[in-house]
Design a protein around this ligand. Sequence first.
Ligand code: BG6
Length: 294
Amino acid sequence: MPQSIETLAAHFQHPGLTFELGQGGLVKAVVQTEVSTGEVYLHGAHVTAFQLNGQSPLLWLSQKSLFETGKAIRGGVPICFPWFGPLASDPKAPGHGYARTKSWEISSIYPSDDGGLSIDLQTTIDDFALTYSVSFGRTLQLALKVELLSTASGPAKFEEALHTYLTVSDVRKVSIDGLEVTGYIDKVDAAKPKPASGAPIQFNGECDRVYLDTKATCVLHDPGFNRTIAVSKSHSSSTVVWNPWIEKSIKMADFGDEEWTGMVCIETANVAGNSIELQPGKSHTMTAQVACVV
Ligand code: BG6
């Protein structure tokens, strides 16, 4: 049973914190502080909104998103775990794993060091215990801690991604710095490995690129919104950049046909050859930070 609004309100009280029934009747925590506002659903521990006070939203959320038990929310920050994309050994398994469709529990809420509020959520998946710390402050800070239970019979591997959907004025007019020197797997071209392009990323068609062995901060320049967003990270060796463009958007029922112009995903990840192996009792924490730098 998911935690109810009443249970949460009885346990956690902070100025600027409320618990509400969000879309689809799903429970969410809403944070409104002197620096920013944000919200996170227990469903998937899914952050669906983050906005600095006086500025426009940083995260994108589809108007067509489903808000249903068993379905992923389209937009915000889905958590991909314990695999990324389709599961090679079982094509029927849900894409991106089942962390994003599980009900998580809030375990603690505390002031962040930059004037905001942090929320910790927990769940278990197979032999893994997950703790996700979401901090709504002057930046959006995310930390996914994965621990392999000491009772596990041996080491275990996983993939993970914090699949951040960013709002942009027009994806055809933005550029992303940080990945110029890194080759990538091009999922739009039969997953062929491609060499480093030597140039910032610009968008003129469907883009679905998996960059491996990179710890670089990505900087998104958006002249239409006159803003620059930085996505920085730690303990992450992969970055995925995605925009579905026209045809793929039309095929996705939970994505508006025209919405592709207003979003781009820069995903902090450990996938494929960068997947993580843990020994029983050990943990790994990947972090991502989304900041409006100009
Ligand atoms: C990206 C993948 O991370 O997520 C894409 O690289 C995929 O291939 C996209 O299409 C969206 O995935 P989903 O499962 O949320 O539709």
